[in-house]
Design a protein around this ligand. Structure first.
Ligand code: GLU
Length: 550
């Protein structure tokens, strides 16, 4: 009786691995071309960390003329959620992350290295498990959960490493004929890897993000095929990335500690190791403590959050590049209009400790991104967003689309464009005062000039003497200066600052009165443009209302 008999008993139908080795040939790509993948489990939740990983992986593949594919890791069938694959694909597509190969929806795929869904690769894993069994590099294990628990308890009591290894690996040296007997009797078993490693020895690894690392060798006889016939992550990763001819694995650093095991597996399987880049998680400052951004605690951990808030995907991407490479910011400053495709991402410049997520910075980037949109683009994006998330805004904008575009176009296209919108969910609030039905002031909040009489006098004088709708911007402002002077305020801020005792205030204080009267707000884009869009009658009416209501 030998290993072959055992292998044949367990997997009588499994093909010889040479079949798969030929079926999935080496890829014929240029020098340095990176083949990498995004390999999520279809749990129905796309985490910002996943998006980050996918963005980085796709970038390195693209910038080297390589291949980026989507593999669905659904071997833990308890965690599966309906339509999760489509959900993943759609959320990434929103960020322009497309795949060259892999799943395209729940059932279909493209590419010749598939199936790209692990649950459909059962036969492949079994062939490779059989291959290991045949060489005595894997074995069936009949331990019950209770027995495993007992082993663990003993190890804990003896204060030694827990796990299934060395002398603790009960079925590692179990006689073949007895194992076969048990199988024939229908006893339940799983397949374990027979590790060749020695915990006392070191294995070296060069990670493309983390640099050189030494680990103790793996000596755990981990499970490779579970009782449901499906592989564990570790085994599936080795087989899949080998057969899909991945040459760089970009993944979360929670897998770093499994690397010695993966090295052990690749060696025993006779596979060439891919390179690895272990990405640190995105962190969050929680009252001075740095912790991983969490699905449970932080709404911004979900990629859907950005969609719901209406933060343009472009801004999120731009922000993620910022945290991926610290030199991105200076690149962007020097290449303001350049496409992200022109930036070269360096894995060795990525943070090892985990970049801190900074919402203020993201919103700031978003403001800049939106400031470059034309009124037409803002209008379209707002409608798109509002359709799903704010019907009130959609109706407001669509009621008079020409007017809406004028409102959204205020201070757009200038050298210093308007930067007050960070997300589409801000828009309603930032433009509502441009609509009479939304403009209803209970109490005007003025600034420096807040005496009712003074305000009434300023506005009355303005209406009587200086208000003209047809003035160009310069003349308009000169007239406000004239008004300031007439009312005892300095024409220029400078003037006021050098001799404050001579004046009641300066021209800025006068403008503020007009701004609050016309818009109900202290902070708005350019007042001249606002008046132009509101039109003569409405502006006048608002000024009069203010005199009456204040
Ligand atoms: N399915 C694994 C995860 O979601 C993938 C890790 C990998 O990329 O290899 O963490």
């Amino acid at each position: 009786m030998d290993y072959k008999d055992l292998a044949n008993l367990i997997f009588p139908e499994a093909k010889d691995i040479s079949y798969y080795e030929e079926k999935y040939p080496e890829r014929n790509l240029g020098e340095g071309a990176i083949v990498t993948r995004f390999a999520p489990s279809p749990t129905g939740f796309v985490h910002i960390g996943h998006l980050f990983q996918a963005l980085v992986a796709r970038k390195v593949a693209k910038q080297t003329g390589g291949v980026f594919f989507l593999r669905i890791e659904d071997t833990d069938q308890k965690r599966e959620v309906e339509n999760a694959i489509t959900g993943i694909i759609n959320s990434l597509r929103d960020f322009d992350i497309n795949f060259d190969e892999g799943m395209v929806d729940e059932k279909n795929e493209k590419g010749i290295y598939g199936p790209y869904k692990q649950s459909e690769r059962k036969e492949i894993y079994q062939s490779y498990a059989k291959y290991l069994l045949e060489q005595g590099k894997a074995y069936p294990c009949f331990c019950t959960p209770e027995e495993l628990e007992e082993i663990r308890a003993k190890q804990e009591a003896a204060k030694i490493r827990t796990g299934y290894y060395g002398v603790w690996a009960k079925y590692r040296t179990f006689p073949l004929n007895e194992a076969m007997e048990k199988i024939k009797n229908g006893e339940k078993y799983i397949i374990r890897f027979k590790s060749m490693g020695n915990e006392e020895k070191k294995v070296k690894h060069h990670d493309l993000i983390r640099g050189n690392i030494d680990f103790p060798e793996n000596d755990q006889d981990i499970v490779i095929i579970k009782s449901d016939g499906l592989p564990t992550y570790h085994f599936a990763h080795a087989v899949d990335d080998h057969l899909m001819r991945t040459n760089l694995v970009v993944r979360g650093d929670e897998w770093l500690s499994s690397l010695p095991l993966h090295i052990d597996l690749f060696r025993s399987l006779g596979f060439k190791m891919p390179k690895y880049a272990h990405i640190s998680p995105i962190m969050k400052d929680d009252n001075g403590n740095k912790r991983k951004i969490s699905k449970r605690k932080d709404p911004e951990a979900a990629v859907s959050y950005y969609h719901e808030e209406g933060i343009p995907e472009e801004a999120v991407k731009e922000y993620l590049f910022n945290i991926a490479n610290s030199n991105f910011e200076s690149w962007r400053r020097a290449n303001k209009e350049a496409s992200l495709d022109n930036f070269t991402l360096a894995l060795n410049k990525m943070s090892v400790s985990g970049a801190l997520f900074d919402m203020v910075k993201l919103l700031d980037i978003s403001k800049t991104v939106i400031s470059k949109y034309t009124a037409e683009e803002v209008y379209k994006a707002c409608i798109n967003w509002a359709e799903r998330y704010n019907i009130e805004l959609k109706e407001l904008l669509e009621k008079d689309s020409e007017y809406a575009k004028k409102v959204l176009g205020i201070e757009r296209g200038n050298i210093k464009p308007r930067k007050d919108i960070a997300k589409w969910s801000d828009v309603f609030n930032s433009i509502s005062y441009m609509y009479d039905e939304e403009f209803c002031i209970e109490k005007y909040q003025f600034q420096k000039i807040d005496s009712k009489e003074e305000i009434q006098k300023i506005i009355t004088k303005y209406l009587e003497k200086y208000f003209s709708y047809t003035d160009d911007k310069q003349t308009w402002f000169d007239k406000i200066k004239d008004l300031a002077e007439e009312m005892g305020y300095a024409r220029e801020t400078k003037q006021y600052k050098s001799e404050p005792e001579k004046y009641k205030g300066h021209v800025g204080d006068i403008s503020m009165v007009l701004r609050v009267a016309i818009t109900g707000r202290q902070n708005t884009p350019d007042l001249y443009e606002i008046m132009q869009v509101l039109g003569e009658e409405r502006t006048k009416q608002r000024l009069i209302t203010c005199i009456e209501k204040i």
